[in-house]
Design a binder for this molecule. Structure first.
Ligand code: ATP
Length: 319
């Protein structure tokens, strides 16, 4: 490996910049060339790449988003475009690519691999929904953003004796809802992985109300249903005044937390080391607190379930 490329693809996540910085600086430290590809596979197809030097990633470690920008690119599903993209890399002398993104982005990367490009994937998404890893870059920041919002909503909820239903991101997964709900002391956490009974949620709310609770927080993962609908039904069933907040894209932004910056830095550096060791078709991940290299085919077929003991604990603590 003499020249590596790096791109961010799919949804952006806080910490992607810290990861990019680590890839670029470790490559330079190890004496290899590194190019940044703009706008994911869309930019690759358009040949949008630039040589990265030490200064090109200065002053970005603390910023959310991705300075390389990102994209979803339908054209890249076409085999002829994948061949074209691999050709663009080869023409630029790039023989290995670090892809920071989600599982869709890794499947795209595997298409390039079939054309002779070495690949390392780094999991970057706030949703933590990538198989093969316990953690994805951006997840910790998103959970903290939601916690911050819960704190603020609690202040006003308590003053008005209201029930608040808060919808959080996560796509088809409930990881953000679970961690923010546990950390934020939510009364109920509704996630797509666990079927729920709204009557039970309401009974719990009324029990809390009867013992003098001044506020209640119901956290709804977007994959579990619409907070607007759920809020309406809760109000009808309980008669308690209910407000709904959909946190939306504020969860995707913000300065990355220390946890996200540190894992992003470690993963970025490790990606370069792995390529120099001759590795390819791997994804970096975190398992039981350790940085691991997983075979990409295996990683993509693993199940990424909810932490069920943690879910049960949240239920016990919110009685
Ligand atoms: P996130 O979960 O944060 O959205 P992601 O990487 O899963 O991230 P996708 O939109 O699924 O997001 O994928 C990003 C891009 O990767 C797609 O727009 C497409 O260009 C490419 N891609 C995804 N799946 C494939 C595939 N099976 N084959 C080739 N390219 C793919």
């Amino acid at each position: 490996v003499k020249h590596i490329g790096v791109l961010t693809s799919g949804g952006d996540a806080p910490g992607m910049n810290a990861c990019l910085r680590a890839v670029v600086r470790m490559a330079i430290y190890r004496g290899i060339q590194v190019s940044g590809i703009l706008r994911g596979y869309a930019g690759l197809l358009a040949g949008e790449m630039r040589a990265m030097d030490v200064g090109s990633v200065g002053d970005i470690i603390h910023r959310g988003g991705t300075v390389l920008r990102t994209a979803r690119c339908k054209e890249f599903f076409e085999p002829e475009n994948q061949a074209l993209a691999a050709g663009k890399l080869k023409d630029a002398g790039i023989d290995a690519l670090v892809v920071i993104g989600g599982d869709g982005s890794f499947r795209g990367a595997q298409a390039l691999m079939r054309h002779g490009i070495r690949i390392v994937g780094i999991p970057g998404t706030i949703d933590n929904d990538i198989p093969g890893t316990d953690y994805t870059i951006g997840f910790d920041t998103a959970v903290n953003t939601v916690l911050d919002a819960i704190n603020k909503i609690r202040d006003t909820a308590t003053s008005h004796d209201r029930t608040n239903v808060i919808e959080v991101m996560g796509r088809r997964a409930g990881h953000i809802a679970l961690l923010a709900g546990l950390g934020g002391g939510a009364e109920s956490i509704l996630v797509p992985e666990v079927p729920f009974d709204l009557d039970e949620v309401c009974a719990r709310l009324l029990r809390g109300h009867d013992r003098g609770k001044l506020h209640s927080i119901i956290l709804v993962a977007e994959g579990a249903g619409s907070a607007v609908e759920i809020g309406k039904r809760i109000e009808e069933k309980t008669g308690l005044e209910t407000r709904v907040t959909i946190l939306g894209h504020i969860q995707r932004g913000g300065n990355p937390t220390a946890t996200d910056r540190i894992w992003a830095s470690r993963m970025g550096a490790q990606a370069v080391e792995a390529l120099l060791r001759g590795q390819s078709n791997i994804m970096l991940g975190v398992r039981k607190g350790e940085l691991v290299e997983e075979n990409l085919d295996k990683a993509l077929t693993e199940r990424n379930g909810l932490d069920e003991p943690l879910y049960r604990l949240a239920g016990v603590l919110s009685i």
